[in-house]
Design a protein around this ligand. Structure first.
Ligand SMILES: [Zn+2]
Ligand SMILES: [Zn+2]
Length: 396
């Protein structure tokens, strides 16, 4: 099968892919709660006669087709939604208040099912095994790590893995990625500043955590501007502050949330260390105490194998035209696809979804995020070719 054929095959089942995507979109589920989503994936796999192992990684599904032996290639989709209240006017908008598929993982799951459908129909035409990883909890829960640790990349051993992500910054019909580090190492920051509260009219009898927080937040910004090599990349963002309720009361504590990012794990650890030191020492200078935690999982950077990006680029160029495949700069967003490429060669590719005609211009994680469904069959076709072409190369 050639890339053009894969695109035509995928186009033929485009309505089916879109229907699945819309069903998923209506019922978004947060990390490790993907019960209905997982059931839908299994329902469709059953209909297609595709075998799977489930549960894996709590709510994940690991499907496979082929002869059960090597060579083996894996394709991955994530299934979780976000705690965002959808504000779009699409007829299939989220039916669950406060939850939304705002990162397009509904698209990823539907596109991968599309590829499973096409590849199952070609099962006699290839040698080896294709694994389909439907994983939970990408949005901070490190579902990818759990899938990996529970053996998704073994028996038979996966030699290559590919993942796609919808990309609203790029027009429909285009793809992009890069060799080496593509996405950042990420960490969450949870900070509590404890002081002594009291009447706002007698500040000398308090230890004011609000003023202390302001000093800390300002000081943290000097890490990136003064301590990091200007040619390196790093982020320290404070994104939530909660304290106090009354105009005449100094509260006893302030809660702060944020995120830290770097393009290397060493860089991330260094930023974490400096954030801790600055928070503790500034708090101490004001008679307060800083309690710092980096909760959850520190995601490693997503590093693409150079050969695998070249491989994906060749397929993309044949399918979409050379002018529609872009070399991108690294991005400070994070991805738990990183856990797979720590173990096997792979490439994470972004799929253009921008279409101003239907208002599909908002970034992922925005309550107005819309995906251009005309791009879904392209994702299915790319997955299909990544698998078939890989097995062909690995078999020779
Ligand atoms: Zn996301
Ligand atoms: Zn995502």
């Amino acid at each position: 099968m050639q890339p053009e054929d894969a695109k035509n095959e995928a186009k033929k089942i485009s309505d089916w892919i879109i229907d699945i995507r819309r069903e998923l979109h209506k019922y978004p589920e947060l990390m490790y709660e993907e019960v209905k989503t997982s059931a839908l994936v299994r329902r469709e796999l059953d209909k297609l006669g595709i075998q799977y192992h489930s549960p894996i990684a709590e709510t994940g599904v690991l499907a496979s087709i082929g002869n059960g032996k090597g060579p083996c290639v894996a394709l991955r989709a994530d299934m979780d939604a976000l705690p965002i209240h959808e504000e779009t006017d699409v007829p299939f908008r989220s039916k669950v208040d406060g939850k939304m598929h705002a990162c397009g993982h509904d698209c990823h799951t539907a596109m991968l099912l599309g590829a499973a459908r096409i590849l199952k129909s070609k099962e006699n035409d290839f040698n080896g095994t294709i694994k389909f990883l439907f994983q939970p909890a990408e949005e901070g829960g490190a579902g990818g790590k759990l899938m990996r640790d529970e053996g998704a990349l073994e028996n038979p051993d996966v030699e290559r893995i590919f993942g796609l992500h919808v990309w609203p910054q790029m027009p429909t019909g285009q793809i992009g990625s890069r060799e080496g580090t593509f996405l950042a190492a990420t960490s969450f920051l949870d900070l509590t500043i404890k002081g002594v509260g009291g009447h706002a009219a007698v500040p000398h009898l308090t230890k004011d955590p609000v003023l202390t927080s302001a000093q800390i937040i300002t000081n943290l910004q000097s890490i990136i501007s003064r301590e990091l090599d200007p040619l390196d990349s790093g982020v320290v963002s404070i994104s939530a502050i909660h304290a106090g309720q009354a105009a005449n009361v100094i509260p006893s504590e302030v809660k702060i949330l944020g995120t830290i990012r770097s393009l290397t794990m060493e860089g991330l650890k260094k930023l974490q260390r400096r954030v801790k030191e600055i928070c503790e020492s500034v708090a101490k200078a004001h008679g307060c105490k800083a309690i710092i935690d980096y909760p959850g999982n520190d995601y490693p950077p997503t590093v693409n194998d150079g050969e695998m990006w070249q491989f994906a680029k060749n397929i993309g160029s044949e399918m979409l035209g050379k002018e529609n495949v872009s070399e991108l700069d690294a991005v400070m967003g994070g991805e738990d696809f990183a856990y797979y490429t720590e173990k096997v060669k792979g490439c994470f590719v972004v799929l253009g979804m921008n279409n101003p005609d239907i208002d599909a211009t908002y970034s992922v994680h925005h309550p107005m995020f819309k995906a251009d469904e005309d791009a879904l069959h392209i994702g299915t076709a790319l997955h299909t070719m990544f698998a078939l072409q890989s097995l062909k190369e690995l078999s020779t």
